[in-house]
Design a binder for this molecule. Sequence first.
Ligand code: CAA
Length: 272
Amino acid sequence: MSQEEMRDVVELSVDGPVATVTLQREKQLNALNRAVLTKISEVAAAVAERSDVRVVLLRGAGRAFAAGADIAQMRDFSAADAEAFSRLGQAAFAALEALPQPTIALVHGYALGGGLELAMACDIRIAAEGAKFGQPEVTLGVVPGFGGSQRLPRLIGQGNALYLLLTGEMVDAAEAMRLGLVSKVVPQDELETAGRQLAERLLTLGPYALAGVKRTVYEGAELDLHSGLRMEAGRFGLCFAHPEQTEGMTAFLERRKPDFPQASLDEGGAAR
Ligand code: CAA
C-alpha cells in the first residue's frame, strides 16, 4: 500500500478547544466516495461526544475543498446503489449539522456538487478568493444527492438556487458572497487565519447559547412561523435555567467581559 493510500481520507485533529477536520484525497480533489462519507460520519460522532471541542473547522487538503461526489465510484451504480449512496452522504452531513458546536467551512479551490453540499451542511462558510462554487449535477445527468436541492434554496432562496441547479454554472467567490452562499471572502493565504480568528471569537461565547442558536435555527426551518416562534420561546426560557444567562447578563450590568462557564452544555436544561 502506498503512503497516500495509508493516510486516512479524513483527518480529525484537535488543538485545545478547536477541532479541524481535513479531507485528504488531494489527488482526486477530495471527491467524496463511500469511505470519505463514512469517515465524516465517524468524525462527527466523535466530535459530538467531546465537550472539550468548542468549534469545528472543516477544510480540504490540496487544491480544492471538495470537487463533489466521486464520479468514478458512482458511474456504474444501480438505482438502488445510488439511493443508498445519497442516504450515506445525507446522513454524514446531517450529523455535521446536528453537532452542538459551531462548524466553519474554509473553502478554497472548488466546492462543487457534493463539495458545496458539504459546505452548506456547515454553519458558516468562509471563501478564499479564487474559490469556485456550483451544483454541476445536471451536467452529469443527475440531480444533487447530498442535500443540494434542499439546503441551497433554503440558504439563498429558490430563484437563485434554481439558477445554479438548472444551469450547473460555477460562480466565483465574489458572486457566492453576493448570493449569500458565503459570509466572508479573504485572500487564499489568509483563509486559515480567518478561520482561526472566527473560532477565537466563538470561543469567547457560551457553548450552551451557541448550541441553542443552532438548534433553534435548524429546527425552526422545518416549522411554520407560529410553531417556530413557540419553539424559540421555549428555548429562550430554558436559557434562564442555565448559568450562561446569569453570567452574560451580570457581566453586562457590571460592565465587564463575561466569563462563561465552559463544558456546561447540559447543565440546567439540555441544549442538544
Ligand atoms: N469525482 C471523481 N474524481 C474527480 C472529481 C469527482 N467529482 N473531481 C475531480 N476528480 C479527479 C479527476 O478525475 C482527476 O483525476 P486524474 O488525475 O486521475 O485524472 C483529478 O481529480 C484532478 O481533476 P482534473 O484533472 O479534472 O482537474 P482540473 O483542474 O482540470 O478541473 C474541476 C477541476 C473543474 C473541479 C474538474 O475536476 C471537475 O469538473 N470535477 C467534477 C466536478 C463535478 O461535476 N462535481 C459534481 C459531482 S456529482 C455530485 O456531487 C452528486 C451529488 O450531489 C451527490
